[in-house]
Ligand binder design. Structure first.
Ligand code: CA
Length: 638
């Protein structure tokens, strides 16, 4: 195909015309150079104030650079004097052998406070730079900023040969902000740049969350600290955010002050907890914690893909029991609500006890600070009574559904940490929510490969707090009624989303949503080929890790069918009422055992196949009716 030369000239001149006004508005910006003062003098390898200063990132010379002395939270930028909307940034790496990777995951920010507490991200560099050359990126952030800066990547000296900011004067607006990926971006800035360092000291912070493809901004004062137990030992730290006032997070209407940023360091799919929450919903747990994958920045440094999540607490939209006060010490008021946790780490806390059968139990609500001795004794007695006689004091419905999520996910930790709660004026203890699945779904070398084991995962050695294994045995191994109930629940959930095909589709869709974020995460934390936490196998890639989870879950469903003696027969629940074809009908119970073969009577009654029992002689209950390739569920009443 040929193109007429005149037409090419015409198109080019149109392009130039359309670009001309933009170029006029968006000039290269200048201002007062600001940033980290302590630099490194590479000739002596000592701290300096005169060598490689921040001015060198703006001197137009690609061979000179700013090089910070400290390895983290170092930056340089411009005070533009008045707000400017930034439309383009440019950068060039330091000229040395490491130069190209020194800019990888560097972040541009804009702010209107000198301390950058209100900063919004402008751009994250997601590939290596080119030595001796400026790279550019368009900025999609419609707010205007007086202060702009480049923050070097985490745990590396900020080394930058040249920086350029383009834009035009104006305060702009918040119609279109920048998200690092398709996921919400959580940007935390702490007072005086202090970094959270333990679980006790709350650091004042400003938390900005950009969501809705850059159209929604939450911007609130808060405090932050580290959180978690074992997960705190990883270099990618988990954090707690406590807002000054209750806030709702993206995708939930629940307003609360406390939220978690879970690091999912040992989970290279970054989706195990999200998947477990999906299973929790599918098995109809009354409350499933909120969880949303997000990208996290701390003081401008990129920290990785995290899971923004509920704190498990008594709260509207969370554990749904009545909140207690220290005045609730008598009569009905004393009876609830409570939130407790059978908890292998109970001894680390303040408010905890050993039960009569030596299970460690942490009391979460009432809190350490407010619980009275009467309340403490009351809930301890409740737990002991329940332990003595689970069939009358434990809600089997929630216990068994929680059990199924634990077994289906192959979670070694199910009874290492088990939440229970109690309502006011109700003697029953309820189980839930499900929590903590980072070593579930075949991510634990102590139990790998799970599906080769004939026994339930909770019965594998050392995975239960206290004597929880014996406790669970009493219900799921030795209580016939509980086993029947478990089977009924399993049948229900097998027909409501717990199939290999449906879960595979769901996981694929989630992995797609996480793809851009996981890429950044594993640039920051290059652990894909390293054993982390309890990893049993290195699958070598994000896709390989996700495929492992899908394969495991598909096999696990078969395993549980087998273990429960259940045969899955698909049926369409909505067609239960009608049987509109002539026989023969094969009838199965929920274990999949054949119960007989029947023909439809002209008068719409069934009569038995010769040699088979009468359909109506079967015990009342739910049965599966198969006719040719179609199956239906029927309820036989007494
Ligand atoms: Ca320079």
């Amino acid at each position: 195909m040929t193109t007429h030369p005149v037409r090419i000239v015409f198109i080019i001149s149109l392009l130039l015309l359309s670009l001309a006004p933009l170029r006029g508005q968006d000039s290269k910006l200048t201002g007062l150079i600001i940033g980290t003062e302590a630099t490194v003098d590479y000739t002596t390898f000592t701290e300096s104030r005169t060598a490689n200063t921040r001015e060198m990132a703006f001197d137009g010379d690609l061979n000179t650079c700013f090089a910070s002395w400290e390895r983290s939270y170092t930056w340089c930028g411009l005070d533009l004097g008045t707000p400017h909307v930034i439309t383009r940034v440019g950068w060039a790496p330091r000229v040395d052998s490491h130069g190209p990777q020194r800019v990888l995951l560097g972040v541009f920010e804009g702010a209107n406070r000198e301390d950058f507490m209100d900063a919004l991200p402008l751009y994250i560099i997601d590939e290596q730079g080119t030595i001796g050359q400026l790279s550019y990126a368009d900025v999609t952030c419609s707010r205007g900023f007086r202060y702009v800066r480049y923050v070097g990547p985490d745990d590396a000296r900020c080394n930058i040969a040249e920086l350029e900011f383009y834009g035009h004067a104006g305060s702009g607006d918040d119609t279109r902000l920048y998200q690092l990926t398709n996921l919400p971006t959580v940007s935390i800035h702490t007072l005086n740049g202090e970094i959270p360092y333990d679980k006790i000291h709350e650091i004042p912070a400003q938390v900005l969350i950009i969501s809705g493809d850059g159209t929604h901004l939450l911007n609130q004062p808060a405090t932050t600290r580290e959180r978690g137990n074992y997960s705190r030992t990883f270099p990618k730290k988990p954090y707690r955010i406590t807002f000054d006032r209750k806030q709702a997070m993206p995708g939930t209407s629940t307003k609360a002050r406390k939220w978690n940023l879970i690091n999912n360091y040992g989970d290279k799919t970054l989706l195990r907890n999200l998947l477990a929450n999906h299973l929790s919903r599918l098995v109809h747990m009354p409350y499933t914690p909120y969880a949303q994958a997000v990208d996290v920045l701390l003081n401008g440094e990129y920290k990785g893909c995290y899971q923004l999540s509920d704190r498990v607490q008594v709260h509207e939209g969370r554990v749904p029991v009545q909140e207690m006060t220290p005045a609730d010490t008598l009569g009905e008021a004393l009876t609830g609500g409570y939130l407790i946790e059978v908890d292998a780490y109970a001894y680390e806390g303040t408010s905890w006890f050993y039960s009569d059968r030596v299970n460690p139990v942490t009391i979460h609500h009432p809190s350490d600070e407010t619980i009275t001795p009467r309340q403490f004794d009351y809930i301890r007695q409740c737990f002991n009574r329940m332990e003595q006689n689970p069939s009358s004091c434990l809600d089997y419905n929630t216990f068994l559904r929680h059990f199924l999520v634990g077994e289906l996910s192959g979670n070694t930790d199910t009874y290492w940490s088990t939440y229970m709660y109690k309502y006011r004026n109700n003697d029953t203890l309820y189980t839930g929510p499900v929590w903590d699945f980072d070593i579930a779904f075949e991510n634990d070398n102590r139990t790998y490969p799970i599906n080769d084991k004939p026994d339930y995962i909770y019965r594998s050695g050392g995975s239960c707090a206290g004597n929880m294994r014996a406790f669970v045995d009493r219900i799921v191994i030795r209580d016939g009624a509980a086993q029947q109930q478990l089977l009924t629940i399993w049948d229900e959930v097998r027909h409501h989303g717990i199939t290999a095909d449906q879960l595979e589709l769901w996981i694929d869709s989630l992995a797609d949503q996480l793809d851009a974020s996981q890429r950044l995460n594993f640039l920051r934390w290059p652990i894909m080929n390293a054993y982390v936490h309890q990893n049993p196998v290195l699958w070598g890639s994000y896709q390989g890790e996700v495929a492992n989870v899908k394969r495991f879950l598909s096999d696990r469903i078969d395993w549980l069918d087998n273990r429960l003696g259940y045969t899955y027969i698909p049926y369409a629940p909505e067609s239960v009422a009608t049987v509109d074809a002539s026989g023969p009908y094969l009838v199965y119970d929920l274990y999949g055992r054949p119960c007989g073969c029947f023909y439809e009577h002209p008068g719409s009654c069934f009569y038995e196949h010769p040699g088979s029992t009468s359909l109506h002689a079967l015990p009342a209950g739910v049965y599966i009716l198969r006719h040719g390739s179609s199956t239906q569920k029927i309820l036989l009443t007494p």
